[in-house]
Design a protein around this ligand. Structure first.
Ligand SMILES: CC(C)(COP(=O)(O)OP(=O)(O)OC[C@H]1O[C@@H](n2cnc3c(N)ncnc32)[C@H](O)[C@@H]1OP(=O)(O)O)[C@@H](O)C(=O)NCCC(=O)NCCS
Length: 156
C-alpha cells in the first residue's frame, strides 16, 4: 500500500481543468464535457475539490459536490486509474463530507451504477448506505443504486 499522508486536497483552480478532464475521460463511462467541468467549477453552489501529488503538482483525483440547503449531492468523483485501490477515493469523500458538515450540511446523497462495485465499496467505507434503486436510470438502461449518509456536525 502506498503512502497517502502527503497527498494534498484543495479547491480546484481553472488551470486544473485540463488534467481533471483527462482523468474524467479515462474513468467515466459517460464522461462530462470539458465545458461541463468548467461550468461546475464556476458554480457557487458546487464544492469542486482536487487531489494533488505534492512532489510534482500532478492532479490524481477530483470530486464535484453540489450543496442544496442542508443537503449535499456527490455528482462526480474519480481517482486516476494508476492510483485507484489505495484508499484515496474514501479519503477525498471523507474530506468533502467533513467540510460540508462544518458548513452546516446534515445529509449526503448520491447515485451510482449498480455494476460499479469499487465505487459502492468506497462509498460504504465513508458511511453511505443504500436506500433504494432507480430502475433504468442511466441512458444505457442500467439501474442506479441510491445511497445516503448522515453527516455529524463537529462540536467545538
Ligand atoms: C470509485 C473510486 C473513486 C474509488 O476510489 P478508490 O481510491 O479506488 O477507492 P478504494 O481504494 O477504497 O477502492 C474501492 C474498491 O475498489 C476496488 N479497487 C479499485 N481499484 C483497484 C485496484 N487497482 N486494485 C484492486 N482493487 C481495486 C477494491 O475492491 C476496493 O475495495 P476494497 O478496499 O474493499 O478491496 C475510483 O475507483 C474511481 O475513480 N472509479 C472510476 C470513476 C467512478 O466510478 N466514479 C464513481 C461514480 S458514482
Amino acid at each position: 500500500m502506498s503512502d497517502n499522508t502527503n497527498i494534498i486536497i484543495r479547491p480546484a483552480d481553472p488551470e486544473d481543468i485540463g488534467q481533471i478532464y483527462s482523468i474524467e475521460l479515462e474513468c467515466n463511462q459517460s464522461p462530462w464535457t470539458y465545458a461541463g467541468l468548467a461550468a461546475e467549477l464556476a458554480n457557487p453552489n458546487s464544492m469542486f475539490l482536487t487531489m494533488e501529488q505534492p512532489q510534482n503538482g500532478k492532479i490524481i483525483g477530483f470530486a464535484c459536490i453540489a450543496s442544496i440547503l442542508e443537503e449535499i449531492q456527490i455528482n462526480n468523483i474519480a481517482i486516476h486509474p494508476d492510483y485507484q485501490g489505495r484508499g484515496l477515493g474514501p479519503m477525498l469523500i471523507n474530506h468533502a463530507l467533513a467540510k460540508a458538515a462544518a458548513e452546516g450540511a446534515s445529509h449526503a446523497y448520491l447515485e451510482v451504477r449498480e455494476s460499479n462495485i469499487p465505487a459502492i465499496k468506497a462509498y460504504e467505507k465513508c458511511g453511505f448506505t443504500s436506500y433504494g434503486v432507480r430502475k433504468r436510470y442511466y441512458r444505457d438502461g442500467e439501474n442506479a443504486v441510491l445511497m445516503s449518509a448522515t453527516l455529524f456536525t463537529p462540536r467545538i
